[in-house]
Design a protein around this ligand. Structure first.
Ligand code: HDD
Length: 715
């Protein structure tokens, strides 16, 4: 058992203090030390000056050469050092998660901001100001561990809160509804979306026959596909996504009184997504786009934050509500049950080791402290089995709760014993209860007042395999989602369905899907049919007619909730020799003021000589930094370098893509011929801004709108 480091978190944070201030916040950068890491608890830092040993602790004399009979002779079986090293290496991988395999984690702190003791006895909500350690893992769903970040996919948003009463996991997504109503259908859903078993493709995408074939026979999935085809499924950053617990859970107070609750994470950074045409290019330019973004933000001190908000409601609301609150394919509009903010999550530390922490973290919907309880949502009930069960395949032992990332931070006392990789050494003879050796009972005992009490929900019913009729309306909320979007967002949804269905080779799959879309909204179905060049079929038979009286909800749109600020975003500045140093400095200052990031892009990464004679190293070479990596761009070439730049296709793409993706484009007088070479010289609009020293701040402010949708171009 490796010795646990005694280093405290504070030590790790202090390490950053000597570093230069963050360009974003001006705070000292919290770059983890490349050798010893960030110094979290439970970590075994690599130290200089130590003698290299085997895993058994034997000091080694040579780690470069295996033991052989003569310098050119055969390797000897006796070489325990080589055998041990290769043995360990051979077994370095564990099975990846069956879903959500590709993920990225970070540590954080949750601060309670409301006293909820009237509705829940959970200690985490007893005292405003209380802080709880947290770990978050974001993920895509369908792709393998090594797939790319910007697949069109749901994002996992799993939060582990290490409360004083045990770990509480909110294993959510960035979409508030789910594809299916009953856990028994989950294996089918996942088989359908993942690569086909015979050919092992398509990977990390839903644009194929099996997925849409499944959906076309599963009308309950239609609502979620509206979200999945919206820009929610191609987020710009994990930092700019909402998170949802999805299910209805229960709060239970100290008197045993229960209310229903839904959990929402709301990013203080605001919401933002990319365009599909950008997503496909980002996947090539930087498959790690999301993880790099999170790592960069946290290590530069621009700490992402989310408010935890709850929707609390009682049985009478549940009875009156138009849909069944136990149906995970439905949401409760914020207009009906407002969100109440009860806490704030700050991600403040990157992991020291991806495998030990992010790969080995085990979430489970069944991990709840006293005061949080389950509803009878059949999807949630099934999940409570699945998450515990899967850890045995993935982590190989029932003792996975002893891994540092999974271990509760509160005392743990039970008589579960032994098993593979038992790292605890329980002493004494007693491993059962009750016990009475020596006269008195010894060891931990369950306590009805302190312990978890399930809400005493009266239950009565025949044992049936049946779905309640209250789950039968599959289209009304899908329609409500569609009519809540701006025209730009509606257009993206139409195009996404069109793209995905165009990848289906079996025509009947497309036809069946069009028949469902007709039940959602005629414009949607007509738009997709036109995009596919197919006639509209009859509408699908529906268990219940689509309601047209549900009002639009602004909360469902991304663009209606835009941040209105460029904070946390990134400007790509194209530089060459001769670029104006003063303008660059003015823009840099304006961005820093705003809390945004500047990245320099130049013909060569070795840098450029600016107008004032100073030499500036570039962050990126133009061939490796297309404009899809930036939220807005600034063209600031020196006049003499423009002809060469304008002849370079990567530079032309930099400009034409930024234009096509509705980005704000700052430019100087010299970039005129570059704009012309990129084909946008005659198209300049109000989203293209001349930037000088005096207009730098205004330009950065303008970029806060994030995209210039008025441009009306199609990428
Ligand atoms: Fe799940 C992983 C979210 C339905 C079975 N799920 C997993 C993760 C997230 C979700 C975020 C990744 C956790 C991590 O980062 O380690 N899953 C959801 C949501 C659902 C949902 C929001 C519906 C509301 N899941 C669902 C069902 C089942 C599962 C119905 C099974 C019946 N999910 C799993 C799993 C995973 C998992 C197989 C894979 C790895 C793991 O659990 O630890 O058990």
């Amino acid at each position: 058992m490796p010795k646990k480091s005694t280093k405290s978190r504070a030590t790790g944070a202090a390490k950053g203090e000597g570093k230069s201030p963050s360009p974003v916040t001006g705070q000292p950068a919290k770059q983890p030390d490349p050798i010893v890491g960030s110094g979290g608890e439970h970590h075994q830092p690599v130290q200089g000056g130590q003698v290299l040993t085997s895993a058994q602790g034997a000091p080694l004399s040579d780690d470069q050469n295996s033991l052989r009979a003569g310098e050119r002779g055969p390797t000897l079986l006796e070489d325990f050092a080589m055998r041990e090293k290769i043995f360990h290496f051979d077994h370095e991988r564990i099975p990846e998660r069956v879903v959500h395999a590709r993920g990225y984690g970070a540590h954080g702190t949750f601060e309670t901001t409301a006293d909820l003791s009237a509705v829940t006895r959970a200690a985490i909500f007893a005292k405003p100001g209380a802080k709880t350690e947290a770990f978050v893992r974001f993920s895509t769903v369908a792709g393998a561990k090594g797939s790319f970040d910007l697949a069109r996919d749901v994002r996992g948003f799993a939060v582990k809160l290490y409360t004083t009463e045990g770990n509480w996991d909110i294993v959510g997504n960035n979409i508030p509804v789910f594809f299916i109503q009953d856990a028994i259908k989950f294996p089918d859903l996942v088989h359908a979306v993942k690569e086909a078993p015979d050919r092992a493709f398509p990977q990390a995408q839903s644009a194929h026959d099996s997925f849409w074939d499944f959906v076309s026979f599963t009308p309950e999935a239609i609502h979620m596909t509206l979200w999945q085809m919206s820009d929610r499924a191609i987020p710009r950053s994990f930092r700019f996504m909402e998170g949802f617990g999805v299910h209805t859970f229960r709060f239970v107070n100290a008197d045993g009184v229960s209310s229903f609750v839904k959990f929402h994470w709301r990013p203080l950074q605001g919401l933002q997504s990319v365009l599909w045409n950008e997503a496909v290019k980002i996947n090539g330019a930087d498959p790690d786009f999301h993880r790099r973004d999170l790592w960069a933000a946290i290590t530069s001190g621009d700490l992402p934050q989310w408010d935890l908000a709850v929707q609390v409601f009682d049985e009478s609301f549940a009875e009156e509500f138009d849909f069944d609150v136990l149906d995970a394919t439905k949401l409760i509009p914020e207009e009906l049950v407002p969100l109440q903010v009860v806490g704030r999550l700050t991600l403040d530390r990157v992991v020291d080791n991806d495998f030990a922490e992010t790969e080995q973290v085990a979430f489970g919907t069944g991990n709840v402290p006293p005061g949080i309880d389950f509803s009878d949502d059949p999807l949630l009930q099934g999940r409570n089995f699945s998450y515990l069960d899967t850890q045995l395949s993935r982590l190989g032992t029932t003792n996975f709760t002893q891994l540092p990332i999974n271990a509760p931070r509160c005392p743990v006392a039970h008589f579960q014993r032994d098993g593979q990789m038992q790292t605890e050494v329980p002493t004494g003879r007693i491993n059962y209860e009750p016990n009475g050796f020596g006269g008195a009972e010894r060891g931990p005992r369950a306590d009805p007042s302190a312990g978890f009490q399930s809400y005493q929900e009266p239950v009565d019913g025949a044992k049936v395999r049946a779905r309640s009729a209250t789950f039968a309306d599959h289209y009304s909320q899908a329609r409500q989602f569609y009519i809540s979007q701006t025209p730009v967002e509606q257009d993206h949804i139409v195009k996404a369905y069109t793209f995905e269905l165009s990848k289906c080779e079996i025509p009947q799959v497309r036809t069946r899907m069009l028949a469902h879309l007709l039940n959602v909204h005629e414009d949607l179905a007509t738009g997709v049919a036109a995009g596919l060049g197919m006639p509209l079929p009859e509408a699908a038979a529906a268990a219940m007619p689509t309601r047209t009286d549900l009002p639009p909800s602004d909360a469902l749109s991304i663009l209606k909730k835009g941040p209105g600020s460029f904070a946390g975003r990134k400007l790509g500045v194209l530089l060459t020799d001769g670029s104006d140093a003063a303008v660059l400095q003015a823009v840099r200052e304006a961005l820093s003021e705003m809390g945004a990031v500047l990245e320099t892009v130049a013909p060569v990464v070795g840098g450029v000589t600016l107008s004032d004679g100073s030499v500036l190293m570039a962050d990126q070479m133009i061939d490796g930094a297309p404009s899809v990596l930036y939220d807005a761009v600034l063209l600031l070439p020196g006049a003499k370098a423009v002809p060469e730049l304008a002849a370079r296709s990567t530079a032309k793409d930099f400009v034409s893509d930024a234009f096509a993706h509705h980005k704000f484009i700052g430019h100087n007088a010299a970039s005129r011929s570059l704009l012309e070479a990129a084909g946008v010289g005659d198209l300049l609009d109000a989203g293209c801004v001349k930037v000088t020293r005096s207009t730098a701040t205004a330009f950065v402010k303008k970029c806060g709108a994030l995209r210039f949708w008025e441009r009306g171009v199609q990428p």
